[in-house]
Design a protein around this ligand. Sequence first.
Ligand SMILES: Cc1cc2nc3c(=O)[nH]c(=O)nc-3n(C[C@H](O)[C@H](O)[C@H](O)COP(=O)(O)OP(=O)(O)OC[C@H]3O[C@@H](n4cnc5c(N)ncnc54)[C@H](O)[C@@H]3O)c2cc1C
Length: 122
Amino acid sequence: MVHVVIIGAGIGGLPTAYELRRLLPKSHRITLISDNPKFTFIPSLPWVTFDLTPLENIQIDIEHLLWRRGIDWVEGKVTNFDPHAQTLYISGKNIPGKTIHYDYAVSAAIYLCVALYRLHYK
Ligand SMILES: Cc1cc2nc3c(=O)[nH]c(=O)nc-3n(C[C@H](O)[C@H](O)[C@H](O)COP(=O)(O)OP(=O)(O)OC[C@H]3O[C@@H](n4cnc5c(N)ncnc54)[C@H](O)[C@@H]3O)c2cc1C
């Protein structure tokens, strides 16, 4: 059994979680982590800006999308990771100081990638 974590539940992260769930045997665990409980369809934001549709029309609760698909959900902000220990550090309102161990990690949160790259490799 391997544990794959995906950080970020935007247009990149959410389909990645779906595809990995489709491709990997059920014995492998997939966890999606994001600091926002809602998926927002970003390309439609101008409609919201110009008052052509309410924000709720382009958002959906992520937990609701995942519960029947066999993908675990963690709402929290990834603040650091230890690539040698394969551990992510996550903070959030209800999860102060949580750590998650992973076998494989996918980052679909670009600013996090840049920050962690600078922290660990520069
Ligand atoms: C107005 C507009 C129109 C667009 N139109 C198109 C289009 O027509 N076609 C097209 O291909 N692209 C379009 N784009 C670009 C497209 O929307 C983006 O490329 C896409 O949303 C990027 O998705 P992403 O998942 O990589 O990042 P994001 O959508 O930024 O998602 C990242 C997720 O990671 C979470 N996150 C960030 N940091 C952390 C952390 N430290 N811990 C946990 N979670 C974290 C965020 O909350 C977010 O949910 C458009 C963009 C805009 C603004």
